[in-house]
Design a protein around this ligand. Structure first.
Ligand SMILES: C[S@@+](CC[C@H](N)C(=O)[O-])C[C@H]1O[C@@H](n2cnc3c(N)ncnc32)[C@H](O)[C@@H]1O
Length: 275
């Protein structure tokens, strides 16, 4: 009896050692794991310049978070015209206030081409947030017209699988026209792209904005209009770096044999200055 109880106590002791050793090992690897996590979080935070922790974030939206200087603070006319573009827009459009960097890119581009001959043309207008921001800075449209081309709710084109939120089937033509009633240089062309481009009177284009969220008609439009874009003229792609991989393939394959380079922005847009 005594012999077997000694034997059991030895077995328990051994088991106790094992359990303790395992716990010590687990504790050690847990500490290492936590340490690693803290380190990696620290690394991530330093990548974004610790802007969340020290709360110096200046902008969050359109795919970026930054503590950098905002263009809206650099250009008071941009901030005023961008604010005005949202006057009387439907509530759901107000979420697009986050596209301020795009407004900066297009108004700066419009300024860059001020000495280039030709019209401005936008393909894909919807409520005209970008077009309104440009046209309300009157000096950007001196001596040229600005053609806004869109179906404005007409059927006849497919956005299936290309745009996750909107189908753009609402007839907003009259309302968009009203938004530009005091801008005689802005003219709407309604129809399906690329077919409706035959109605575009511009022989020379200084600035082409492409915002169809759909690769195929964007590429077809580029093919149709390329010769009219003047050397030094700018093409702006609203969605090049956004979640539209098929669109990138179309644009890249169009540019493949052209001696052109894209400048791509972290907010997902791209521009090229035609050589
Ligand atoms: C993202 S919205 C344009 C937003 C606009 N650039 C702005 O500043 O608010 C895309 C527009 O492209 C138009 N669209 C897309 N594919 C089209 C096509 N094949 N023909 C005509 N319009 C098209 C839609 O009707 C929609 O209004």
């Amino acid at each position: 009896m005594l012999k077997s109880s000694v034997h059991f106590s030895l077995v328990f002791k051994k088991m106790g050692y094992r359990v303790r050793n395992t716990l010590v090992r687990l504790k050690r690897s847990f500490i290492i794991h936590i340490g690693y996590r803290v380190f990696s979080i620290f690394k991530i935070l330093s990548d974004i310049e610790l802007n969340i922790l020290i709360n110096t974030k200046t902008f969050q939206g359109d795919g970026i978070i930054t503590s950098n200087f905002l263009p809206i603070n650099y250009d008071p006319s941009l901030s005023e015209s961008f604010d005005n573009t949202f006057d009387n827009l439907p509530e759901d459009q107000l979420r697009l206030k986050k596209i301020i960097w795009r407004a900066h890119i297009v108004t700066a581009s419009a300024h860059f081409v001020s000495k280039i001959k030709g019209d401005f043309v936008e393909l894909g207008v919807n409520w005209g947030i970008l077009a309104h921001t440009i046209s309300s800075q009157s000096k950007l449209l001196e001596n040229r017209n600005f053609f806004l081309v869109d179906a404005f709710g007409l059927p006849g084109f497919s956005m299936k699988g290309q745009h996750k939120i909107h189908s753009y089937r609402e007839d907003i033509y009259a309302e968009v026209k009203l938004r530009f009633e005091f801008e005689p240089r802005v003219k709407l062309i309604r129809g399906v792209i690329p077919q409706v481009l035959s109605l575009l009177p511009s022989k020379e284009i200084a600035f082409l904005l492409v915002d169809l969220n759909h690769g195929l008609p964007e590429r077809q439009s580029l093919e149709y209009l390329w010769e009219r874009i003047q050397p030094g003229g700018i093409v702006y792609f609203d969605d090049y770096g956004q979640d539209f991989p098929e669109l990138r393939v179309e644009i890249d394959s169009f540019l493949q044999y052209k001696n052109e380079k894209l400048l791509i922005f972290p907010t997902g847009q791209a521009i090229l200055i035609k050589q």
